[in-house]
Design a protein around this ligand. Structure first.
Ligand code: ADP
Length: 433
């Protein structure tokens, strides 16, 4: 029944005589029973003149059996004498599988693709003696002589990756350069600030020691003269005490200015912004000036806003501003002095002004006099006992109120210093400046 014992052509004859070809076809397609030799099966297939799915495989098997059957039984994929056909014996050695090159490649590629997570890569499996890519690697002992290599599905991918990598290196470079530059700027600023502070310290020490010496030695001389007098004349004593009081006031003002200046420079000046009556500010500033504004040789005029106008400001700071301006008005004008203090309000801004009939400021000095230690006339400054800090302090304090200070002056015709400050105080009410 399996056809093993009947010669092929006889079997064919029998089948022909009997009629139905289906049985023979079924027999030729049946690979489950005892194996029919390839030659026999092929002969029958040819005779039937019909295409069988296994006829090609049978032909290769036949060729193999005729030429290679006794060949190596290595457990690895080996060459056969048939071009493009490879053999792989089962471990039992009883069965040998035959593969075409393309089948080996496809099976291997499928296996590699399924076991890989890299979706952008395709695997190239090359048989021995083909010119493989230079970075191909051996496929292993089971596929002797075969090689694997990788290929990007999207050739632009490497280029894009390289570009992205280069771009990221550039960015890192830029960021580092920017950081270095910023560090450099900060360091330079810090060094400049240190140098400026060191210079200021030296200037300040020189000015302080010089400026304090004058009123102190005046006080000493006046006191010594009084002490030397055996009998104190009341009139002379009162006059000397008044002079001592004046020098004392000057000393206090100098020291107050030094301290304010130092706090401003170190940004330690504390401001306490609160609603303040403008009239009170002016009154306290005039009181702080002592009898320098109330002497017969000084005519003081007040031109004040009607009503109790208030301003959000640091009271002490604005009193200091007014005292410094009034002090200059006294120092830089000759008798008979006429000093006018004005206070106006318009468009949410309070304008305080101090006008004198003094020596005035030359146009080229009108900006410079606000610089620290700047004095338009050194000789005169020595006489009046200034140290060039008053107006720079005025400007810093006014700026802390987000205001501005200006001077209008004509040499010989007097000066008007005007301070403009927003009524509602600074928008950001910082605590220190
Ligand atoms: P100082 O202690 O020298 O008065 P300031 O900073 O107050 O320092 O003033 C700087 C310079 O501005 C003064 O030395 C003076 O030359 C000039 N100055 C200031 N106020 C007046 C004024 N009212 N009239 C004329 N010159 C003035």
């Amino acid at each position: 029944a399996s056809g093993r014992l009947i010669a092929a052509d006889e079997m064919l004859l029998a089948v022909r005589l009997q009629g139905p070809r289906d049985r023979l076809e079924a027999l030729l397609n049946d690979y489950t029973g005892n194996a029919m030799p390839s030659a026999q099966r092929l002969f029958l297939m040819d005779e039937l003149g019909k295409a069988f799915p296994t006829s090609n495989a049978e032909r290769i098997a036949l060729q193999f059996l005729e030429g290679d059957a006794s060949g190596s039984s290595d457990a690895a994929l080996g060459r056969t004498r048939i071009a493009g056909v490879w053999r792989l014996p089962a471990s039992s050695g009883r069965i040998t599988a035959l593969y075409r090159t393309a089948a080996v490649q496809k099976a291997t590629q499928d296996f590699l693709r399924e076991s890989s997570t890299m979706r952008n890569i395709s695997f190239i499996v090359s048989p021995p003696e083909t010119v493989a890519s230079p970075d191909a690697i051996p496929a292993g002992p089971e596929l002797p002589g075969w090689t694997f290599s990788l290929e990007l599905r999207d050739p632009a991918l490497i280029e894009n990756t390289v570009h992205a990598r280069i771009a990221s290196y550039f960015w890192i470079g830029y960021v580092m350069i920017a950081c270095l530059a910023m560090t450099g700027v900060v360091v330079v600023q810090w060094l400049r600030r240190e140098a400026r502070l060191a210079r200021l310290k030296t200037d300040l020490v020189a000015v302080v020691s010089h400026e304090l010496r004058t009123p102190l030695s005046s006080i000493r001389v006046l006191v010594e003269t009084l002490l030397d007098d055996a009998e104190l004349d009341p009139g002379k004593t009162r006059e000397y005490l008044r002079l001592i009081d004046g020098e004392n006031l000057r000393l206090a003002k100098l020291i107050e200015n030094f301290l304010t200046f130092s706090r401003l420079e170190r940004r330690r000046q504390q401001f306490d912004f609160a609603p303040t009556l403008v009239a009170t500010l002016v009154e306290k500033a005039v009181t702080a000036m002592g009898d320098r504004l109330s002497s017969p040789s000084c005519q003081l005029e007040l031109e004040m806003i009607a009503g109790g106008a208030t301003i959000v400001a640091d009271e002490d700071a604005l009193i200091r501003v007014l005292v410094n301006l009034l002090d200059n008005a006294c120092k830089y004008s000759r008798e008979p002095r006429r000093i006018r203090i004005g206070a106006r309000e318009a468009d949410g801004v309070i304008t305080l002004s101090v006008q004198d009939n003094g020596i005035g400021v030359a146009p080229r000095d009108q900006r410079r006099i606000f610089r620290r230690f700047y004095q338009a006339d050194q000789r005169l400054a020595r006489e009046t006992g200034g140290c060039g800090l008053g107006l720079s302090i005025v400007e810093s304090l006014v700026r802390a109120h987000e205001g501005e200070v200006r001077v209008e002056s004509k040499p010989g015709a007097g000066s008007t210093f005007t301070v403009r400050i927003p009524v509602n105080g600074p928008r950001t009410m910082g605590k220190a400046a």
